[in-house]
Design a protein. Structure first.
Length: 540
């Protein structure tokens, strides 16, 4: 990778105190500042003085406007304001994401398949939202995906984003990050498109699984100009990881198809296909969150999921006693895996995965931006993603239930008849030594498991925080404890590391106006209830 020159001295900005430089790019430096009121860390991107042209100023302004337009999305980095410093350099103040970004993590960590799927769905949600607003990112890569302190991704660097039909006639050169760029973009046949963003996101997910970009050759020449012919001519490679399912391998190869029309038609289609792999692997479900044409948030349902009525049949709605089964239950065809008991909780990590063994790192691919002239954007045709059929359990479940009921009734009738026949005789066998051939009723030695009901959570904003309280059917004071998970969005809360509280309410402190969500489960004698629906509120 080409070495970046050190960042220039940070500008003085009213209301902000400089802390340290964070990084330096081709035309801008990024610094960490502390905002004084309200006090919080912020990232400030400042244009460099050298080569500061009117075109770069316009591009910087467009980036600020684009991020402001999309910044309410939970997986797009939020911008607070953009102005010009006293020394004449334009800057923008953004939400701070602590290092490392995904590119840095991929150098030293082995991402799990589950984390890559989750990240892919979340970033695809952000990309789909941008596309619906007429914006193509044109530079999706691991270094442009930051990670919040809650573990949520943040897509950033919309500096070369395309903005609808207006960019077809854009005379400015388009920067291309070659290792993750689509072949039609590298060779000037496209100025960036929905299909090209789908390619770059697929290449990014491949990179997270393997630790390098798809067409790098370990130990070989990985400069931009060596990569370009490989990207155009070589078939998309497999990851080589035994734990990566073939459905995901095929999906990533389709996402990196040479022809734009052979890829998933939209980022939403890619996200749904990733959801299907999640379901196939029985991972926790990741929701797709996009903004519709009216600017309203929409949770896109996974079309392969079990219908609501079928799902309702498996939910515990009230406390009940059930015999603990010694035979393993049938493998479900969909839905998340059940939560483990609280005493042995293995929470879903919100921090980084523990580094695992990986091959010795190859020489870095040249991440230098190659600039070229724009070209017309081809239209991508929808191409369906292979779907794994979901077995329909309803067809065999009803006859099985009916047969079980008939057998049970016949057995009870036989027992009653035997008792009546033997009731007046004096030669009945001793209870300790039941006679051969006689029905004997003994108490069940199977333990009874008391499953607590699912709690309902209410929210009350207070000054500097949010108070969450909950209730549920048939509480048992002294036996029940509560497993809570907190995050800034419902998805983040469901994935957060749990903690245990004793009371039916808790107060979470945070800055004024900040959103918090909570998910609560009841724990009784090592048995955990179904989690509540996520409840959210903003600090007063």
């Amino acid at each position: 990778m080409n070495a970046r020159p050190p960042a220039a001295p940070a500008p003085e900005i009213p209301g902000l105190v400089f802390v340290e430089p964070l990084g330096s790019g081709g035309y801008a430096d990024v610094y960490l500042y502390e905002q004084q009121m309200p006090r919080m860390p912020v990232a400030v991107k400042v244009l460099k003085r050298d080569g500061l042209t009117d075109a770069i100023r316009r591009q910087f302004t467009d980036e600020a406007n684009t991020m402001a337009h999309l910044g309410d999305h939970p997986y797009i980095v939020q911008i607070f304001r953009s102005e010009v410093a006293a020394d004449g350099r334009p800057y923008m103040v953004m939400k701070y994401y602590p290092p490392p970004n995904l590119a840095l993590r991929a150098r030293s960590e082995r991402f799990t398949v589950e984390e890559v799927l989750r990240t892919g769905i979340q970033v695809a949600s952000a990309v789909e939202t941008a596309h619906r607003a007429g914006i193509t990112h044109r530079d999706i890569k691991p270094a442009n995906i930051l990670v919040s302190q809650y573990g949520a991704p943040g897509l950033t660097d919309f500096g070369i984003a395309g903005r609808g039909a207006r960019d077809d006639d854009d005379l400015d050169d388009v920067g291309v990050s070659v290792p993750w760029a689509a072949p039609e973009v590298i060779y000037g046949q496209s100025n960036g498109s929905v299909a090209a963003d789908v390619y770059s996101l697929s290449a990014t997910l491949w990179h997270l699984l393997v630790g390098r970009s798809p067409f790098e050759v370990p130990g070989g020449d990985n400069s931009s100009y060596a990569l370009m012919p490989r990207i155009r001519q070589s078939a998309p490679p497999g990851t080589g990881r035994a734990d990566v399912p073939q459905t995901l391998e095929r999906l990533l190869q389709q996402g990196m198809a040479k022809l734009p029309e052979a890829r998933p038609a939209t980022a939403l289609e890619l996200a749904r296909a990733l959801q299907q792999v999640e379901q196939e692997q029985r991972f926790a479900r990741t929701e797709i969150l996009v903004l519709d044409e009216s600017g309203n948030a929409t949770l896109e349902s996974h079309r392969g999921a079990v219908d609501d009525d079928e799902d309702e049949r498996t939910r515990v709605k009230a406390p009940q006693s059930v015999a603990a089964q010694r035979v393993a239950p049938p493998r479900p065809t969909s839905g998340p895996r059940p939560a483990p008991p609280a005493d042995g909780v293995t929470p879903h990590p919100t921090t980084y995965a523990t580094p695992g063994p990986r091959p010795a790192p190859a020489p870095e691919a040249d991440d230098a931006t190659v600039r070229r002239s724009p070209a017309a954007v081809p239209q991508a045709m929808p191409v369906p993603v292979d779907a794994q059929p979901t077995a329909d359990l309803a067809g065999w479940r009803r006859p099985a239930v009916a047969l079980t009921a008939v057998v049970t009734l016949v057995a009870l009738a036989v027992v009653v008849l035997v008792v009546l026949l033997l009731g007046g005789r004096g030669d009945a066998a001793d209870p300790g030594t039941p006679a051969t051939g006689r029905a004997t009723i003994t108490p069940s030695d199977q333990p009874v498991v008391d499953i607590p009901s699912t709690p309902t959570v209410s929210v009350r904003p207070i000054a500097g925080g949010v108070t969450f309280s909950w209730n549920y059917v048939a509480p048992e004071r002294g036996r029940d404890t509560f497993r809570i998970q907190v995050g800034p969005t419902p998805d983040d809360a469901r994935r957060a590391a749990p903690r245990t509280v004793q009371d039916t309410s808790t107060t979470v402190r945070t800055t004024t106006g900040r959103a918090l969500c909570v998910v609560v489960s009841v724990v009784r004698s090592g048995v955990t209830s179904n989690p509540s629906e996520a409840a959210c509120g903003r600090a007063g």
